[in-house]
Design a protein around this ligand. Sequence first.
Ligand code: DX5
Ligand code: ZN
Length: 230
Amino acid sequence: MGVQIAPSILSADFGRLADEVGAVADADWVHVDVMDNHFVPNLTLGLPVVQSLLKHSPLPIDCHLMIEDPDRWATGYAEAGARNVTFHAEAAHAPIRLARDLRAAGARAGLGLKPATPVEAYADLLPEIDMLLVMTVEPGFGGQPFLDVVLPKVRRARELVRDGAHAVWVQVDGGVDEDTIGRCAEAGADVFVAGSAVYKGNDPAEVVRRLRAEAERVSSQAWWSGESSS
Ligand code: DX5
Ligand code: ZN
């Protein structure tokens, strides 16, 4: 599949969401951060806003659920039409059942890992999911500094998915900008979420182009190059 860029609307103007999404129409996904003030200490938006956004977005929606009890809530986002739904490993009670429910509802299933959560514990679940989200900040807020300490886990995630029978994308989220995206690509990420880097400047589309160019340049020469498939 190659490099995919997913701008996070967490740093966009919530009063003009349709316009803000339209401004990044050359990206691959719109990343929507759902926070419940329990799993993370912040509150954003929920299913009604995602349903409205689905009517206006030119891009598929990538829902990142930072919520407790995703077993109860996540499938609703898939049924609404979100193309990818990521729930957190730390919050799910029955991750295999939930991933199967998401796929049955027509979505890709993503499994999210906070910075201190090891990826190896989930190696046997990889056939059940379509994407591993390796958080590169503690989830909850945009604009935090990138955690280089997580890069070895990105690398281990790439090694694990490389050994699997089906393609699992490796997504990074948090502190991804023009300085850090190359390190993520080198380590093994192929899906890149960027919030403040895209939306805090004057030209979101130009930032998306630059992020993509840098990620493609680095990943084409990376140790895992050629091993990312669709
Ligand atoms: C943080 C969210 C991110 C956030 C990233 O918990 O999951 O998607 O929007 O924002 P930046 O790119 O500013 O770190
Ligand atoms: Zn996110």
